[in-house]
Design a protein around this ligand. Structure first.
Ligand code: KG4
Ligand code: ZN
Length: 341
């Protein structure tokens, strides 16, 4: 990435085909594959960008959250590169990378913003009073939204990753066919919960004796309706909460990022919510929705400019949190308050 704005190359070594037979990511296989791919991928990225390793001024790497084996491969390689080249190193939070996948392409994003990050591992709403400052407003109590898509897809006999498959099948389904009740969080926090929905889908399959999709057989209308109704349920929960929180916190922008942000039903519902609240809604370009290194470089560039560097003692952090604003609930209500790190 050049100057934090221009992507010179974006190379993604997808492991989807390798994990497909298992219906999800197998951590052991993932880290082994990372180890094998990291050198050729870095070489290819440099070649495609038309630069040499000597042209690199700084290295950004995903520090966490994620799977330890995979994170360690990246972190160790990045540390060695930074040390060898004598350039700054910055460990980036993966979720912040998703937020930057949107804001680096949209310099007009106005603050405070509300960021909805929905991926295979995370479902969060962040209040973002200015770039680089985050307060968690909502989290999931159980499954992440993407995880729910993947698990329900598996129940329906669809392939991994389930999100794009459910979206495809749902296009021909009637989303109003099955009414799933929205999870209620008893302590009143604006959190999400998707495991009850997953159980409700499983119960519906069983009680109505619906057969999962199998090779060679045409998709039944029941499966299409179920996929559409499930998708609507997830979208309603995400967008309902995002909308009410954007309103409460006087957000001037809604930013939606992460793998699930490529879902068209979610995009449309977010756009509608934005129109009702009269605030703009920003998404990543499709190629930046799912995991990629460009978003990590964009976030890294931002921190490097602020002198927020990592040293060589930095290590992978599987449960790295993204929240540097704590206990400021009272101030949060005043959208004019500006925060400093
Ligand atoms: O951000 P991401 O690439 O990886 C993580 O950091 O987890 O997100 C992957 C997740 C998977 O669970 C996948 O099923 C989901 O994003 N996903 C989708 C769609 N495309 C990917 N979910 C719903 N609709 C989609 N079109
Ligand atoms: Zn991700």
């Amino acid at each position: 990435m050049k100057d934090g704005r221009e992507i010179l190359s974006s190379i993604i070594a997808s492991q989807i085909e390798m994990h497909k037979p298992f219906g999800g990511v197998v951590p052991e296989l993932a880290s082994r594959e990372h180890l094998e791919k990291i050198r050729p991928i870095v070489d290819e990225a440099l070649r495609t960008a038309g630069v040499t390793i000597g042209d690199i001024n700084a290295i950004a790497v995903t520090q966490g959250p994620g799977l330890i084996g995979s994170l360690l491969v990246g972190v160790c390689y990045a540390k060695a590169l930074a040390f060898g080249l004598g350039v700054p190193l910055i460990g980036v939070n993966h979720i912040e990378g998703h937020v930057f996948s949107v804001i680096f392409e949209n310099p007009d994003v106005e603050y405070p913003a509300l960021a909805l990050v929905v991926s295979g591992g995370h479902t969060n709403l962040f209040f973002v009073p200015e770039p680089g400052s985050y307060k968690v407003i909502s989290r999931t109590r159980d499954d992440a939204a993407g995880e729910a898509f993947d698990k329900v897809a598996k129940m329906l006999g669809l392939e991994y990753p389930g999100g794009p498959e459910i979206e495809r099948v749902a296009r021909e389904g009637d989303a109003s066919k099955i009414k799933f009740t929205r999870a209620k969080i008893s302590d009143g926090r604006p959190d999400f919960s998707f495991s009850g929905l997953k159980t409700a889908v499983s119960k519906h399959l069983r009680e109505n004796n619906i057969q999962p999709v199998s090779d060679g057989l045409p998709l039944t209308q029941e499966i299409k309706d179920l996929a559409a109704s499930f998708q609507k349920s997830v979208v309603d929960a995400l967008v309902g909460t995002a909308k009410s929180q954007a309103e409460n916190l006087h957000a001037r922008t809604l930013v939606v990022a992460g793998g699930v942000a490529s879902n068209s039903a979610l995009r449309e519902a977010c756009q509608r919510a934005g129109q009702q609240l009269e605030i703009p809604v920003y998404f990543p370009s499709r190629h930046l929705s799912t995991d990629n290194a460009a978003m990590i470089a964009a976030a890294g560039y931002f921190h490097i400019l602020r002198g927020e560097l990592s040293d060589l003692h930095m290590t992978a952090d599987v449960s790295m949190r993204l929240q540097n604003l704590e206990n400021q609930d009272a101030q949060l209500r005043d959208s004019k308050v500006r925060y400093k790190l």
